[in-house]
Design a protein around this ligand. Sequence first.
Ligand SMILES: [Zn+2]
Length: 350
Amino acid sequence: MLKRVAALAVALGALHGTHAFAAPCLEVTLTGTQGGPPVFQGQAGSGTLVTYGEEETGCRDVLLQFDTGRGTTQQLSKIGVPVGRLSAVFFTHIHSDHSEGLPDMMQLRWHFNSAGPKVDMVCHEDAPSGAGHIMSCENFAKAIGAVLIQSGEMAQRLAENPKRLPGGPAELLNLMTFPASQTPQKVWEKGDVSVSAISSRHVPGHASYRVDTPAGSVVIGGDAGNDSPAPPRDTSTSAQVELLAEGADIVVHSVIHPVMGPDGTTGFPPPIYFRQSTATDLGGLSQRAGAQHLMLTHLIPPVGAPRQGPYPLPNGGLTVADYDAAVRDGGFDGNVVVGTDLAKLRLPIK
Ligand SMILES: [Zn+2]
């Protein structure tokens, strides 16, 4: 009898083990879908959470945040992700609409997790521009607590609790910069999860990322656009993103609707229009790459918005169908998600 119980226990253990490894999953959540610096109906700033794990743990063994726009910490709290659980944050570029949530996020960690662990902050190394300025993710990282140090708040809180890190929230970041590269390079990995990056054009230091896991792969294009800053060109999308997206399951990408183009009547500045990827061209890219899912985020203009910042839409706000139709014009026949805050996809699809 004892032997039979033991044998059953071994069999159950084997079954459990098999099951645990047979059900890896990848989940992609749009933490914020606002396009650019404007605000509209409380939408959060640009960001994407990618998590990987077992179905039994809600795919949450490894948690990666790509960009941290306005309100990212609150968005994560809505889906039960404390900022202390993030393994790493990645930045496509350091425009404020993609990065301004980081000081908030890291100050919260400083308050309650000063003992660590640190969070990996992965971004492009300093990138000089032709105009003489330098886009520096490193300087941004070092300065995230600067206003709190200047105001005296840091000193006051340290006087209350000296166990906190004396240098403020910047000390909780483990900065990992990578050099420019026109081919994918591995920039981070943990267990079965690997992240690669490629330099892409939008502003100096812009990068796009790909996460590969046994449950699937996702590309985070960011605000990438074509290396040719204006027509004539074959497409508004980035050749580097297309290379990175080859064979990926999901493409997440910032989008601009063709209605904002110079042929329209919005008055939107053409150079800003041309440095984004259009919905139609993203449809073409996703089809050529063989992706099954295209998640549009950072929508310019937001669905339903009567204007993008100061630029009105003379024919009224766009609909989900307007974005979907523009993607289909590009030839994409997969699944299109016209992003809303906290929209998500999980692989494998059930
Ligand atoms: Zn942006």
